[in-house]
Design a protein around this ligand. Structure first.
Ligand code: NAD
Length: 312
C-alpha cells in the first residue's frame, strides 16, 4: 500500500479516522471526504502532522469528483450507531444507496480497488450462529433498524453488480462491532456508554436482562484486516470481527471493574429488533487473509478507558 493514493469516504468518523491514520503511517497519501454528519473535524486534524492528507467537507450523496489518480477507494461513510441512524434515517439510506453508487463510480473511473464497509447487521437477528459469510440473514425489511440494515444489503448488491458488469476490483467487508478510542461518548453504542457511565459514577444501563451477546473487536485489529484486504484481490464478502463473545451484562461488569467504578447496574427496555446473539465466523479471514484479532477484550477496554479518561 505504501505510496498509494487512497480516498476514505467517512474518514472523519471513528473507524475512518483510524484508517486514515494507519494509511498515513504506511506512507500513503490520504484524501478524506466527510460531511461531518456523525464524524468530527478533530479526529482528522490530529493527523495532519503524520503525512500527506487532505480533508474535503462533502456529502458523497451529492457528488464525488476527485482530481488526479486514485489507487483505492474505501466507502465508510454512513451513520453507524443505532442512535445515529435512527436520528438520520433518510441520510443513512442515501449513504448506502446513492453514496455507494458515487463511490463505486469513482473507483470505476480511476480503475481503483474498492472496499465497501458493510456490517454484521446484514445478518439481522441471526438464526445461524456463529455467522458465516454464506448466511443470508434474518432482517426485518420495514422495522426501525431497516434503514441501516437494508441500506447495507443494497450497497452489497450494487457493489457485486459493479464487479460483475464493469469488472471493478471490489471487496465487501462485513464488520462486526468494533470499539476503541475516538468513539463519541454519546453515540449510544455499548462500550462508550458503559465507559462514560462508569467514569462519571452513573448507573450502567444494560438493555433487557443483559443476556444478549456481542463480539467486540479492538479497532487496531480491524485496521490490520482492512489494510490487508485492500492489498489483496479478495472479493468478499468477508467477516472481520473478534469471535470472542460476551453478554452485555458481563461487558458492563468488566468495564465497571476496569474503570474501578462503584456505579450500580440498571436494566432498561430492549430496543426493537435487537439481535440476541452475534459472533463472526472468521474462517475465511484466517484462511484467505491470514488475519485474526490479537488484542484481548481486557487489553482493548483498558486502552479505551484510558483514552476516555484523558479526553474528559
Ligand atoms: P461514524 O459515524 O463514526 O463514521 C461515519 C462517518 O461517515 C462520519 O464521519 C460521518 O460524518 C460520515 N458520513 C456519513 N454520511 C456521509 C455522507 N453522506 N457524506 C460524507 N460523509 C458522511 O461510524 P463508524 O463506526 O466509524 O463506522 C464507519 C463505517 O463502518 C460505517 O459505514 C459503518 O456502517 C461501518 N461499520 C462500523 C462498525 C463499528 O462497529 N464501528 C460495525 C459495522 C460496520
Amino acid at each position: 500500500m505504501s505510496g498509494s493514493r487512497v480516498v476514505v469516504a467517512g474518514g472523519a468518523g471513528f473507524l475512518g479516522s483510524h484508517l486514515c491514520e494507519r494509511l498515513l503511517l504506511d506512507e500513503c497519501e490520504v484524501v478524506c471526504v466527510d460531511n461531518f454528519l456523525t464524524g468530527r473535524p478533530e479526529n482528522v486534524e490530529a493527523l495532519f502532522d503524520l503525512g500527506k492528507i487532505s480533508v474535503h467537507d462533502r456529502d458523497i450523496t451529492m457528488n464525488l469528483q476527485i482530481p488526479g489518480p486514485v489507487d483505492v477507494v474505501f466507502h465508510l461513510a454512513s451513520p453507524a450507531s443505532p442512535i445515529d441512524y435512527l436520528r438520520f434515517p433518510i441520510q443513512t439510506l442515501k449513504a448506502g444507496s446513492i453514496g455507494t453508487l458515487h463511490t463505486l463510480n469513482l473507483a470505476r473511473e480511476k480503475n481503483a480497488r474498492y472496499i465497501l464497509a458493510s456490517t454484521s447487521e446484514v445478518y439481522g437477528d441471526p438464526l445461524v450462529h456463529p455467522q458465516p459469510e454464506s448466511y443470508w440473514g434474518n432482517v426485518n425489511p420495514i422495522g426501525l433498524r431497516s434503514v441501516y440494515d437494508e441500506a447495507k444489503r443494497f450497497a452489497e448488491s450494487l457493489t457485486m453488480a459493479y464487479r460483475r458488469t464493469y469488472g471493478v476490483s471490489t471487496s465487501i467487508v462485513r464488520i462486526f462491532n468494533t470499539y476503541g478510542p475516538r468513539m463519541r461518548r454519546d453515540d449510544g453504542r455499548a462500550v462508550p456508554t458503559f465507559v462514560e457511565q462508569a467514569l462519571s459514577g452513573k448507573a450502567l444501563t444494560v438493555a433487557g436482562d443483559g443476556s444478549q451477546t456481542r463480539s467486540l473487536c479492538y479497532v487496531d485489529d480491524l485496521m490490520d484486516g482492512l489494510i490487508g484486504l485492500a492489498a489483496s484481490d479478495i472479493p468478499g464478502p468477508i467477516n472481520l470481527g473478534n469471535p470472542h463473545e460476551v453478554s452485555m451484562l458481563a461487558l458492563a461488569r468488566e468495564i465497571r471493574d476496569l474503570a474501578e467504578s462503584s456505579s450500580s447496574i440498571s436494566f432498561v427496555v430492549l430496543p426493537e429488533d435487537d439481535p440476541q446473539v452475534r459472533q463472526p465466523d472468521i474462517s475465511l479471514a484466517r484462511d484467505a487473509l491470514g488475519w485474526s484479532p490479537s488484542v484481548s477484550l481486557q487489553k482493548g477496554l483498558r486502552r479505551t478507558i484510558a483514552w476516555f479518561r484523558e479526553t474528559t
